[in-house]
Design a protein around this ligand. Structure first.
Ligand SMILES: *[C@@H]1O[C@H](CO)[C@@H](O)[C@H](O)[C@H]1NC(C)=O
Ligand SMILES: *[C@@H]1O[C@H](CO)[C@@H](O)[C@H](O)[C@H]1NC(C)=O
Ligand SMILES: *[C@@H]1O[C@H](CO)[C@@H](O)[C@H](O)[C@H]1NC(C)=O
Ligand SMILES: *[C@@H]1O[C@H](CO)[C@@H](O)[C@H](O)[C@H]1NC(C)=O
Length: 675
């Protein structure tokens, strides 16, 4: 079962009366085992609890008779879980007969023609067919004392129809060259194999796909040690246990129930193109549909964004090129036709590994694993190295994310079907030319433990004394929040001062405030003018950025073009103008307007305007910012904030409001993208 009960609460709705009814011949016998034959009107009941039965039935048309396994409970609709003669119905009940022949095979005949049979390669001395309470029809040799499941001569669990029951495996047995997969019914009254299938594909890093014909339709992603990479709902829970086994003999996925009293099944349904998770409710006397894959979100349709892009439901547009990549065709991309995907802006250096670097994406469903290579015995640092040394490698990550993470998987060629997940995604490292960063004034590096970092070099001519600098760094380090980029440390030597930040390409506060995905580590929208223009960076530049962030939080807008009257302003300019007009409350986002305390918000606006003053010397230190926010002392009037000349970033992605920015305004403004 794919989905846990927490997510279920939200999605649960009740399925109304069945769309078809199963007609079974009168139940005249209740064999617990079959040694000879079963005819129309007789059933084989599962033992010991009688949960399932093997019977002849029809789906409304008495001339189409099937042999199958059904829930015995007659109040259940959609009772059929397995069909023997799926595409080969019998048109006349009187001559249909199921026999267990002397060599231990079940043979279904109609008027002496074989309609369906099992194919056990072994011959048995004393065969018997039994239906187990799990819903598994098995043939075993009673003269053999071994009751091990693998010792069955044949079992229906090895040949699933459209339904996966607890304990059933989906995947491969190499010894027997067996691929267990679900194949949907053609329609709700025709069990003939349809064109929708669900099964495991044996890439170097195997994964599970739903295929629509020969086309990939949805990808669960590879097993990452905890769950399928693309199904964060598979968190530990009190109902289901998930089990993924990979060894030389077999690779399979299965789930089991922690409470055996539940009636639950996973069904591949072609009419709604989903794999659905049902649980029977005695209270409501109906199946409850808990969840379906793919979810009702275009982002989960295979490869919707084309190559080298990722899909994020919270981004607008939902498809984003990976950082360092441009749309293959800007025109197509802008008209929301993403299928052509994205290409690198600048080639990788490949031979000189110091010229290429990786961007870390967090909370991702990893790319399609068709072209991958896996080594379970090397760590992330060695994995990175492996990727850097192979010109075709474009991404890497741990192959197993449980615990601290272990193993290595690397991707070759184009990257397909990457999705940013709202929760429960995993880290993914994608290669780009290092020059992509240098152009943004931030250096990238790596700590000895393999952590990726961003380094800011502070101005040598900073007037700040070393001890003052250290005090400030400590303060910023204390200001850490999981939504803010972490300051990991600093280096001071002679005139050089470096700030070391956690390196993060997405998942920051920005995406939280603006329901938009972040692509660039650079901090243009938050950059102090002296840094953006002259490359001078001091601790006061961070005070500036802090000020911008506070204003953004208050008004729920990015620091970019806004209209005010007949002028175009950036957010800081807008805030300043309103402040001067004594209309600062207009800044406050309508969603918090009624719940906030006016005097506190005004004070925050006041402090943030002090932080963004043009001259670094006028800006308060972080220590006094905290004092100002936490007290009611009189504050000085802010001076004019820092504006800096408009510069269009070479990243494309200008939204329409930015395009309308005019540069002949009396204020010099910025339309630089926020980070
Ligand atoms: C039993 O049935 C299987 C499948 O039809 C067939 O291959 C086998 O020869 C049969 N054995 C006997 C003894 O008839
Ligand atoms: C069954 O077989 C007999 C003889 O082979 C034939 O006469 C009869 O029409 C068949 N019945 C059906 C329903 O196919
Ligand atoms: C597929 O789902 C639809 C809608 O829930 C349902 O009516 C139909 O019976 C299902 N088909 C099968 C084969 O279960
Ligand atoms: C890169 O990896 C692929 C797949 O393992 C391999 O075929 C190729 O030889 C490697 N190339 C280099 C230069 O190591």
């Amino acid at each position: 079962m794919m989905f846990n009960h927490y997510s279920m609460n939200i999605i649960v709705y009740i399925l109304f009366v069945s769309s078809f009814t199963v007609f079974i011949a009168a139940d005249t016998s209740s064999n617990v085992s079959l040694t000879q034959s079963l005819t129309y009107g007789n059933t084989l009941v599962s033992s010991p609890r009688g949960v399932f039965e093997l019977a002849f039935f029809n789906l409304g048309n008495p001339e189409k008779i099937y042999l199958g396994i059904l829930y015995k409970n007659k109040t259940l609709d959609q009772r059929v879980v397995w069909v023997a003669n799926r595409g080969n119905p019998i048109n006349d009940s009187s001559s249909a007969i199921l026999k267990l022949n002397s060599s231990g095979n079940l043979v279904l005949t109609h008027n002496n023609t074989v309609v369906w049979s099992t194919n056990s390669p072994q011959t048995a001395q004393n065969p018997v067919a039994e239906l187990l309470d799990s819903g598994n029809l098995v043939i075993r040799d009673v003269s053999s004392t071994n009751s091990n499941q693998e010792e069955y001569l044949w079992q229906s669990f090895d040949y699933p129809s459209d339904t996966m029951l607890p304990g059933m495996k989906v995947g491969w047995n190499f010894k027997r060259n067996l691929n267990r997969q679900l194949i949907a019914w053609k329609s709700s009254n025709d069990p003939t194999p349809g064109h929708l299938s669900w099964g495991m594909v044996l890439h170097p890093y195997p994964e599970v796909y739903t295929m629509n014909g020969t086309k990939k339709y949805h990808r669960l992603g590879p097993w990452n040690g905890l769950r399928f990479s693309g199904v964060p709902e598979m968190a530990p829970n009190p109902i289901y246990l998930y089990d993924f086994v990979s060894n030389e003999e077999e690779i399979y996925y299965r789930w089991t129930l922690q409470q055996s009293s539940l009636i639950t099944r996973l069904v591949l349904n072609q009419s709604i193109l989903k794999l659905v998770d049902y649980v029977w409710s005695d209270v409501d006397v109906s199946w409850k549909l808990y969840s379906g894959l793919p979810p009702d979100d275009e982002c989960y349709h295979y490869g919707v964004c084309g190559a080298n892009a990722y899909c994020s439901s919270s981004a607008s547009p939902m498809c984003q090129c990976l950082q360092g990549f441009n749309p293959n065709s800007t025109q197509e991309w802008n008209s929301m036709n993403w299928s052509q995907g994205c290409v690198l802006k600048h080639p990788l250096s490949c031979n000189d590994s110091s010229k290429d670097t990786f961007i870390k994406y967090v909370s991702m469903k990893v790319p399609d694993t068709t072209y991958t290579w896996v080594d379970e015995n090397i760590d992330l640092a060695a994995c990175r190295d492996k990727c850097l040394k192979n010109c075709s490698c474009n991404a890497y990550t741990n192959s197993n994310i449980s615990g601290k993470g272990s193993g290595c998987v690397i991707w070759f060629g184009q990257l397909f079907d990457i999705t940013e997940l709202p929760t429960g995604g995993q880290d993914l490292y994608i290669i780009i030319p290092a020059s992509e960063f240098e152009s943004e004034g931030t250096l990238l590096g790596k700590l000895e433990d393999g952590r990726e970092i961003a380094v800011k070099r502070l101005s040598c001519s900073s007037e700040q004394g070393i001890s003052e600098f250290i005090t400030e760094v400590k303060l910023i380090a204390k200001l850490q929040h999981r939504n803010l980029v972490k300051l990991l440390g600093c280096c001071v030597e002679g005139e050089e001062a470096l700030l070391v930040y956690e390196y993060m390409v997405n998942g920051s506060l920005d995406s939280f405030i603006f329901g938009n995905t972040n692509r660039v580590i650079g901090t243009f929208g938050y950059m102090a003018p002296e840094y953006a223009v002259d490359g001078l960076f001091s601790i006061k530049s961070d005070v500036f950025s802090f000020g911008i962030l506070v204003i953004e939080i208050i008004c729920g807008n990015k620091n970019r073009a806004l209209f005010h009257g007949n002028r175009t302003l950036n957010l800081v300019g807008y805030a300043w103008t309103l402040w001067k007009e004594k209309n600062a409350l207009q800044l406050v986002d309508s969603s918090i307007k009624n719940s906030c305390i006016i005097s506190e918000v005004l004070r925050c606006i006041h402090v943030s305007l002090l932080c963004v003053q043009q001259c670094p010397g006028d800006r308060p230190t972080m220590t006094s910012v905290i004092q100002m926010l936490g007290s009611e002392t009189e504050l000085v009037e802010p001076k004019e904030p820092g504006f800096f000349p408009r510069r269009i970033p070479d990243e494309g992605n200008l939204s329409s409001d930015q395009n309308e920015v005019t540069s002949n305004d009396e204020l010099t403004i910025t339309s630089l993208n926020g980070r």
